[in-house]
Design a binder for this molecule. Structure first.
Ligand SMILES: Nc1ncnc2c1ncn2[C@@H]1O[C@H](COP(=O)(O)OP(=O)(O)OP(=O)(O)O)[C@@H](O)[C@H]1O
Ligand SMILES: [Mg+2]
Length: 502
């Protein structure tokens, strides 16, 4: 199938050269000097790639790219510029360009970057989706949720109008999950699903109003168990890529169906394996990172000596980033360490105070109030692992503080029950709370909703509390806040050992 390329440049000469070259490379080229014409063209057809000049009037290449992405989110864009500075290139890529090209064009560079943009397109854009589906598969025991995630990911990656997952149950095809707008005709989708199941491969059918219906069978060992069906909008012709993607997603849905009964087991196994793998990878990263940090520092010193301030500042940014990476890596390796507690007499209230003040120092939100309500009857000291507990409580308190808007409140409470020797530590915030979806995943390794989060905090906290033979529970209401309760059974330190250490 011929790939379609859109070229927009206000310089007629360049436009002509590019059109010739790209046509010679076998592309179907639409070349124009006018941004509005380019935008209009996307109404009727879908492009595989766009080359946009950076400096154009009245709409520059980046703005045009953003408008094109509103219509066709996955369109790979190469930004062309005669005045290529590193800043403009970085800016273009950060705002969604695949890469940039400097004018005048170097023949091989043009060819290489176009090739890369076309080849990487699928994986670069779809990686996130696949990851999301994979995570749902690993963390959810509910098949409906997996099928929903597959339908959603399919709509987003194929730009389909809608997606429906059918499952065969007692000879009947039932729609189990859907995403996108409701279909104008269910029978048409069902017919397509049946036909694809008979054929055993993804198949395209003419759409009801316009566009096309594509169905991919869900193949489980004993034959088709259903089908994944999409309907595309009128202007979109499904490409080979789309068919392949659909086959990929339908295989994910098939896995979900196959594992319905086994998913719980799969889940814990997969997470444990993921944890082990992460630890190994982190371990392998440690030495090269240490080397990198050394080189960057060395470079910084040399550049400072030669008076190259800008260069030195860049080198400093590199070391800063490497330091951050090293910190993440050591957190991961620490998590993978074989669990072993070093118990010693610990003054728990003092330890909580320490965590509160440390967490407070890391938060910049204004007007936050922190209350401490400690049970005076609680034993002053108990045999616990201070280092591990500090990690756990620090993260729980940090999570609470991070959830607060200005004026919010965090309360740390302890309660001692002498008869059961249970000490309960409650950390309660008046922050944004969590929806059930989030709540069900907070203990999953690497699950985070924060841009800078590692998603390890809650997993660490739970494993520390577990190791102490305690229990951690979380209650949360969206818009009201979250209450985390750690219940520890503690062994008070006998009198003569009191005051020895914290
Ligand atoms: N008190 C809370 N209020 C609202 N959401 C919370 C709270 N505690 C945890 N969460 C949710 O649980 C997710 C996982 O928390 P966790 O501590 O494991 O990772 P993180 O805070 O995102 O990153 P890290 O702690 O590694 O920096 C958070 O991203 C957040 O969505
Ligand atoms: Mg956290």
């Amino acid at each position: 199938m011929t790939r379609r390329v859109l070229v927009v440049d206000d310089d007629a000469a360049i436009l002509e050269v590019l059109e010739m070259r790209l046509t010679a490379m076998g592309f179907d080229v639409m070349a124009t000097r006018d941004a509005q014409t380019a935008l209009g063209a996307t109404e009727d057809a879908r492009f595989d790639l766009a080359l946009l000049d950076l400096r154009m009037e009245p709409m520059d290449g980046i703005r045009l790219m953003e408008s094109l992405h509103e219509r066709q989110p996955r369109l790979p864009v190469l930004i062309m510029t005669a005045h290529g500075t590193i800043e403009t290139a970085v800016d273009a890529v950060q705002r969604g360009a695949f890469d940039y090209l400097t004018k005048p064009f170097v023949r091989d560079e043009l060819r290489a970057k176009i090739g890369r943009a076309l080849a990487t397109r699928r994986w670069a854009r779809d990686r996130e989706r696949l990851l999301a589906v994979g995570q749902t598969l690993a963390s959810s025991g509910v098949m409906d949720r997996v099928l929903d995630a597959v339908a959603q990911a399919t709509v987003e990656t194929t730009e389909a109008e809608r997606c429906v997952v059918f499952q065969l149950q007692q000879g009947r095809l039932l729609p189990m999950a859907s995403a996108g707008s409701p279909p104008p005709s269910w029978p048409a989708l069902e017919t397509a699903a049946r036909a694809a199941m008979d054929k055993g491969v993804p198949t395209t059918f003419p759409g009801i109003e316009t566009g096309a219906i594509v169905a991919a069978p869900l193949l489980v060992q004993r034959g088709p168990a259903g089908a994944l069906v999409i309907e595309t909008p009128s202007r979109v012709e499904p490409t080979e890529d789309d068919l392949e993607l659909l086959a990929l997603f339908s295989s994910q849905a098939a896995v979900a169906i196959r594992n319905t009964h086994e998913l719980e087991r799969l889940r814990s196994g997969a997470l444990a394996a993921l944890g082990r793998m992460a630890t190994q990878v982190a371990h392998e990263l440690k030495n090269p990172l240490a080397g990198l940090r050394l080189y960057a520092r060395h470079l910084e010193q040399r550049l400072t000596k030669t008076g190259d301030g800008d260069g030195a500042a860049l080198a400093q940014k590199i070391s800063g980033t490497v330091d951050h990476l090293a910190a993440v890596v050591s957190e991961i390796t620490a998590f993978g360490r074989p669990p072993e507690l070093h118990r010693a007499p610990v003054a728990l209230h003092a330890l909580l105070d320490e965590c509160v003040s440390f967490a407070q120092a890391r938060i910049t939100t204004e007007g936050i109030e922190i209350f401490r309500i400690y049970d005076p009857t609680a034993p002053p000291q108990a045999m616990l692992d201070a280092r591990e507990l500090r990690k756990a409580f620090l993260n729980l308190i940090l999570n609470g503080l991070e959830s607060l808007a200005p004026g919010g409140r965090l309360t740390v409470t302890t309660a001692w029950a002498a008869d059961t020797k249970a000490l309960t530590v409650t950390i309660e915030d008046t922050g944004g709370g969590m929806p059930d979806e989030t709540l069900s995943r907070i203990f999953d390794l690497f699950f985070t909703t924060k841009p800078q989060g590692t998603g390890l905090g809650m997993a660490i906290a739970r494993s520390v509390i577990d190791l102490h033979g305690g229990e951690l529970s979380v209650h949360s209401v969206v818009g009201q806040g979250t209450r985390v309760v750690a219940r520890l059974t503690i062994e008070p330190v006998p009198r003569r050992a009191e005051g020895t250490a914290t």
